[in-house]
Design a protein around this ligand. Sequence first.
Ligand code: GLU
Length: 507
Amino acid sequence: MTKRTRVRFAPSPTGGLHLGGVRTVLYNYLFAKSQGGDFVLRIEDTDQTRFVQGAEEYIFNCLKWAGLEPDESPLKEGPYGPYRQSERKAIYRSYAEQLIKDGFAYYAFDTTEELEKMRTDFKTESNPSPQYDHTVRMKMRNSLTLSDAEVQELLKNGTKHVIRILLTPSETVSFTDMIRGEVQFDTSVVDDKVLLKADGMPTYHLAVVVDDYLMKITHAFRGEEWLSSAPVHILLWKYLGWEKDMPQWAHLPLILGPNGKLSKRDGAKYGFPVFAMNWTDAKTGELTEGFKEKGFLPEAFINLLALLGWNDGTEQELFTKEELIQKFSMDRVHSGGAKFDYEKAKWFNHEWIKSKDAKSLMPDIKSILTNKGINITNEGFLEKVIHLVKDRCTLLSDFYEQCHFFFKAPETIDTASILPKWNESRRNFFKELISAYGKLDPWNAGSAENLLKQMAAASQIKPGDLMMPFRIMLVGGKFGPGVFEIAEILGQRETIARMEKTLALLP
Ligand code: GLU
């Protein structure tokens, strides 16, 4: 029987989620869904020194916004919970002790000062930051160098200690990465990582392996930055006797910015978001902008993320989530870094805004306008407005600029742009147009345009010369969608009122 596919996203809640993090979520999610499997969210919070208030909630909110909600998580317990590692503390020690019993790990009692001393004593030019490894372990205070009796005594007295993995040097650890193929490491370069800390909490290395095992994870996809930890994890799978259940690994390529790895700093420097949602660092108060608040649609966001490192082998660029689920496969994920291009990201959003119908955009736009002080009383009217302007909006935040004048008559009117070509005949023309518009029936963009053109021909004025003043009368400046469409939506009375108001300001 083939195993049910189970993948996990296992963030440490230490801050906002950047593009790379959400892309890891997305690839996990798409893979799970494409296989009819489960997507698990596990919070890896065993390093209490890195605890950041609000970071966990932020992760839940991001996944919710992006539409990538897990099947099991701290908020949605499943059969393998708890899903927060700090709540699983009691589980890990027995595995660490099992490793000691089997000769794959040892107790280490070295104090901070002793470790510090080791780092200075063994420092050489070729080894500027010595690690706790096969070259030094026999010179330290641990269960390899102390007698059994001494070790038992120390443990009995509650002496602070950690448990470290015992690595055999000069072994080759290899595995097949789903993206990179065969990957090999020499154990000589890996240190004896701490597995269980003095506070009884496991380190990431032990916890990730134990939990992937207990949660029956079949595939582990994570960022390339974790590749160097893979040998320790693979050895742990082996040492714990679980090798045949080891997940298949995939280390996802970096997302590159203008200068190498995409960073928060790039975002600040070039003015684009790198986080999924706004994140404010509680300590520094520093705000990192998010795609959501910048005005991206979640559909566009996951679409652009999917294409940062994957394609379906065709030229297609726009995919719905359902299509992505259908088409996604790990063997089309590139191993090289994927370059993030903000202009392209905006293109995705623009395409998505265009393709959505006005009704589905309504809740977002309504809240944007309301936040800007526009009170929406008529949703049918709002829908018409959205329909008219949406093709002109790249970001949701552009809607305000593109449509505020439908809801509030312009406060300032750019008469200066009308004046250079303003004269008696123009004035008369608009006066006559106002009275003709008053009788126009039916009132719509086509009828308003025809009438203006007929009257322009009769007065021998080029219609083109009339459009700009007419537009300024309606919206206050030289912007906005088609002027007759604006007139139609504003309605006959409001159009005439705005024309009269501007005429009164002109000589
Ligand atoms: N806790 C790790 C992180 O913060 C998880 C890495 C992994 O997926 O193994 O990304």
